[in-house]
Design a protein around this ligand. Structure first.
Ligand SMILES: [Mn+2]
Length: 437
């Protein structure tokens, strides 16, 4: 791993949170992610299942965690199964975790090899009737691909039809929402790497370079500072591309006097950051670009103030829409009569602002948590209003990562330039220095 070791206390605390919510006469089983085949004999880069990482810190395939809240010995409440290291595999793939290493990382004392799992599990089932099984319940996920958890559920249903199966996802989701201090520190580290990469990259932006050159500079800075890479496919969208919300082709050449929207974030120790900034390609915003930029910046600042304990994303998002509506009137993009005659399904602002203003951030960029989750200290959300004017080729989105605290909130990207003067200064610093030297 590329990051500093995380204290096993964190994973033990996380497990205890889940254990406390499980009925005494039940057990829970959580599987790792699969190695996903790519083509030929290749696999996609492995990324651990966020739930399994949250509960163990183990970043290896074929890992299984069993939670047994009713175990009389505290040390038997979590049992972990890992891949058995084999020299003939290690010669190709490098060292796999030993049991001692897995114990140090996870803080779990009872660890066995994965091929013994089915014997252990069959014995365990003689004493338990209720099994909590994990599932990715993200409402936005649509896939035919079955996870190890999905396949395991099918086996249980077939082989043990008399057993009662319960959903584990709501319990883990509830726990993952509120971040422990160590987790906040890791998200902060991801944000700091992202901020640094932005400052290093922006001075190189100029007309004639390709969007992917910006992506390459960001990637270099991420990896060089301990990130595993991008937390999500970076969006480097210049000119009219900035109005396509999830544009990731990044293959257009930057034109003079246009803008480039960068939506990007480093992943550190499996924790995400998520930032968006907009840069004037020629070093200075045009009058119109500046107008739209300042409108979005005002909405960002107004919305940020609303992100406090007790509210929900759904609640303050309604307010954001009103702020945007107001700015659109000032920009001359909509008229008062557009608002008067708007319907609930087709509000006037929607042509220019068509996405949500926030999502939760954590082990996943779009982390667990819903729009109606009541915010509490320790939760982290994005704040990302935007205005997209397709026929002018101007899409402005500005995004910070906001930690909810006891006393209000904290912007974890506060060191990343965002004011127009800051952006223009940063943009011109490299060429300016060149001239001096
Ligand atoms: Mn985001």
């Amino acid at each position: 791993m590329k990051y500093f070791p995380i204290s096993s206390d964190l994973f033990a605390r996380n497990r205890n949170k889940v254990l406390r919510q499980l009925p005494h006469d039940s057990i829970a089983v959580i599987h790792s992610n699969d190695l996903i085949p790519r083509n030929g004999d290749l696999f996609f880069k492995f990324r651990q299942h966020s739930d399994l990482f949250y509960l163990t810190g183990i970043e290896q395939e074929k890992t299984i965690l069993v939670l047994i809240p009713g175990a009389s010995d505290n040390k038997e409440k979590a049992v972990l199964f890992i891949l058995e290291p084999k020299p003939e595999i290690e010669i190709w793939e490098g060292k796999k975790l030993t049991i001692t290493q897995a114990q140090q990382i996870s803080g779990i004392s009872h660890i066995e090899y994965e091929h013994t799992f089915h014997i252990f599990f069959a014995k365990l089932l003689q004493h338990y009737n209720c099994i909590y099984l994990n599932k990715n319940e993200n409402p936005r996920l649509h896939t035919f691909v079955k996870s190890r958890d999905d396949r395991f559920k099918r086996i249980i249903r077939k082989r043990f039809p008399e057993k009662q199966i319960e959903r584990l996802a709501p319990i883990i989701t509830e726990c993952r929402l509120r971040k422990e201090p160590e987790e906040i520190a890791l998200i902060e580290q991801a944000c700091n790497i992202t901020t640094n990469a932005f400052k290093q990259t922006v001075p190189y932006i100029k007309p004639g370079i390709y969007e992917y050159e910006i992506e390459a500079l960001l990637t270099k800075e991420f990896i060089a500072h301990g990130a595993s890479g991008h937390a999500f496919e970076p969006i480097i969208a210049s000119g009219a591309n900035s109005c396509f919300l999830h544009y990731v082709s990044n293959n257009t050449v930057l034109q003079p006097n246009t803008i480039v929207l960068m939506d990007f974030g480093a992943e550190y120790a499996n924790y995400a950051s998520d930032a968006t900034r907009v840069i004037p390609v020629s070093g200075k915003f045009t009058q119109r670009q500046k107008q739209v930029y300042e409108a979005v910046l005002r909405v960002l600042k107004q919305t940020t103030k609303l992100i406090i304990t007790g509210t929900t994303i759904l609640e303050y998002q309604e307010q954001t829409k009103l702020y945007i509506q107001e700015e659109l009137l000032h920009l001359g993009l909509i008229k008062q009569h557009d608002i008067t005659k708007q319907t609930k399904d087709k509000p006037a602002y929607f042509t220019y602002f068509m996405h949500g203003v926030s999502h939760f951030i954590g082990l996943d960029t779009h982390d667990v948590g819903n729009k109606d989750t009541v915010l509490e200290p320790g939760m982290v959300v994005s704040c990302e209003p935007g205005i997209y004017i397709a026929n002018e080729g101007i899409g402005i989105r500005l995004e910070n990562d906001i930690l909810i605290t006891e006393t209000g909130n904290k912007n974890l990207l506060e060191q990343m330039p965002i004011e127009i003067e800051e952006i223009e200064d940063l943009m011109n610093s490299y060429w300016h220095n060149k001239k001096i030297n």
